[in-house]
Design a protein around this ligand. Sequence first.
Ligand code: C5P
Length: 223
Amino acid sequence: MLSSSIAPVITIDGPTASGKGTVSSLVAEQLGWTVLDSGALYRLTALVAVRAEVDTTNQQALAALARQLNVCFKQGACWLDGENVTEALRAERVGVLASQIATYEPVRTALLARQRDFLQAPGLVADGRDMGTVVFPTAPLKIYLVADAQSRAQRRYKQLIEKGISANLSDLLADLQARDLRDTTRALAPLKAADDAITLDSSALSIEETVNCVLAHWAAIQN
Ligand code: C5P
């Protein structure tokens, strides 16, 4: 089927700020594979909707935007119509809107095929919420990456402060918990571990340890 016939996929799903993005990029780099940041597609749709002043409750209009995104990922950056929007995508309000529009069925359907199009040899590391459950259900390795909310809020706080962006730890924690709640309780493709996923708790692990753990699981499958 899809994931095994074209190229292998490692899916890395988990809640916001669990380190999925960094871990996925480093695992992909080590294996020489492509990486899919599926959350960026939801964030891009949200960003384009705000910029085009599209009604963010109009599900069909948002799905049309999602289908038409002229996006390209290269050199660790995300380009929309030739503009580097990497920073713009990280804005908290874009993340919050992305999580809202991710509950709309037409938007998820519009992005499904686009996500599968990222699959190419020699392999793909797919980072998101429903990579193992919906987008690549036959992936040979599925990781469900978790970390306690306090650790995740602290990581995000540190990232923002390092970038010179002011932040408030308790606001970040509250936002992250609200997003977790919305992602896990939505009717469509809720955030959850696939039945055959390996749950990895990174609360007390460094990025390097987490990456090595994923690579060890991948190596174990090969033997
Ligand atoms: O991972 P990131 O925080 O960039 O994702 C933004 C939002 O997009 C998430 O809060 C989630 O609601 C949504 N999303 C999703 N399915 C995915 C990836 C992201 O619903 N596969």
